[in-house]
Ligand binder design. Structure first.
Ligand code: GDP
Ligand code: CA
Length: 335
């Protein structure tokens, strides 16, 4: 297997790809040689415009993680970050000063916004930004799912509104409200009319393996699958498609996946998410699905749904553990 394509969100997807690259470099992923290349297609429906700047949190999390610029504890944002600009904005009473905008990170958004305003599409801007971060990694490239503006909004109850509800941007729901208010609906604004970024469909149809990493099934992988053409490419590709559960023992590991699974009516379990993605033999996108050892009782249901499945350790505690997950994923679907 030479060409591996990963459909990624932010923290969970980025950690997985870093472990996969570690596994490739150490020769610990069966059937994947040292010359293998990884294409990461990242979710851009978390993106937003903030203080006049285009912020792409999942693209940046992948870029910083693979470029060793990530803050290891937080899992997002730059290491050795300071927050002076954010404090100054708050002191001016600027709205949305609750968003975690670090001083170092700000430089990325400034460069990106200037390039976008000069007319470069997001995939070219991303490529330019990655040149700095991936100089040591010639075997990986990062693509946004789309160059077009696509934004996840959540409809939440609001007593003060005449309709009794209002829509908030994903970042407000996630960062300011901590997903504590149950969302009624997930709206992915702009999705029906967006196009996949150049290279995205080719990366799926031309791959030897496609991986759905343990990213959020609704607002990371779900939004990528919703880009017109992506599902069709997953159905059409000759490559096996394998996924890894972000849900262990009926709850997410980090983040807030379980709240939004409830919103879209999917059972909050490893098996529930696997069946939600579905088997490629039916209407779905998966050939294989890994669940955690604690979720071995879910395997029968997955097999009945036509999905090859196995239970293995799924905690990305370090790159070796994550590489072992990648190896198990490949073994599950290797022709
Ligand atoms: P985000 O965009 O930053 O929210 O990141 P992703 O969507 O890529 O990943 C978030 C998901 O990663 C969450 O639903 C977590 O449950 C999952 N996750 C985080 N760490 C781990 C881990 O060590 N193992 C597994 N299986 N899932 C994890
Ligand atoms: Ca995200």
């Amino acid at each position: 297997m030479r060409e591996i394509t990963v459909l990624s969100g932010g923290v969970g997807g980025a950690r997985f790809v870093r472990g996969l690259l570690h596994g490739i470099a150490t020769g610990s992923v069966p059937g994947v040689g040292a010359d293998a290349r990884v294409t990461v297609v990242a979710n851009t429906a978390d993106d937003w415009w903030l203080h006049g700047l285009k912020v792409c949190p999942d693209l940046d999390t992948v870029m910083y993680t693979l470029g060793d610029g990530i803050d290891p504890e937080r899992g997002w944002g730059r290491r050795e970050e300071t927050w002076h600009a954010k404090e100054e904005l708050a002191a001016y009473g600027v709205e949305r000063a609750w968003f975690g905008l670090g001083d170092r990170d700000l430089a990325t958004h400034l460069v990106r916004t200037q390039m976008l305003e000069a007319g470069y599409p997001l995939h070219q801007v991303t490529e330019a930004l990655c040149r700095r971060w991936f100089s040591e990694r010639q075997n990986v490239r990062l693509l946004p799912m789309s160059d077009d503006r696509v934004e996840t909004h959540l409809v939440i109850p609001d007593e003060d509104s005449p309709s009794g509800r209002r829509a908030v941007h994903f970042q407000e729901y996630w960062v300011r409200l901590h997903a504590e208010v149950p969302a009624e609906t997930v709206l992915v604004v702009g999705q029906d009319d967006c196009s996949p970024a150049p290279g995205v469909l080719e990366a799926i149809t031309g791959a030897d393996l496609v991986v759905l990493p343990p990213s959020n099934p609704v607002v990371s992988v779900g939004t990528i699958l919703g880009v017109p053409g992506v599902r069709e490419a997953l159905v059409a590709t000759d490559a096996p498609v394998v996924g890894i559960s972000p849900i262990i023992g009926g709850r997410h590991v980090h983040g807030m996946a379980q709240q939004l699974l409830a919103t879209i009516g999917v059972e909050v379990s490893a098996g529930g998410v696997g069946r939600h993605y579905g088997s490629r033999r039916g209407e779905g996108v998966l050939d294989g699905w890994l669940v955690a050892e604690d979720d071995a009782d879910q395997l029968d249901g997955l097999h009945e749904a036509g999905i090859a499945a196995a239970a293995v350790p799924l905690l990305m505690t370090d790159d070796d553990a994550t590489a072992a997950m990648a190896a198990a994923a490949v073994s599950l679907v290797r022709p």
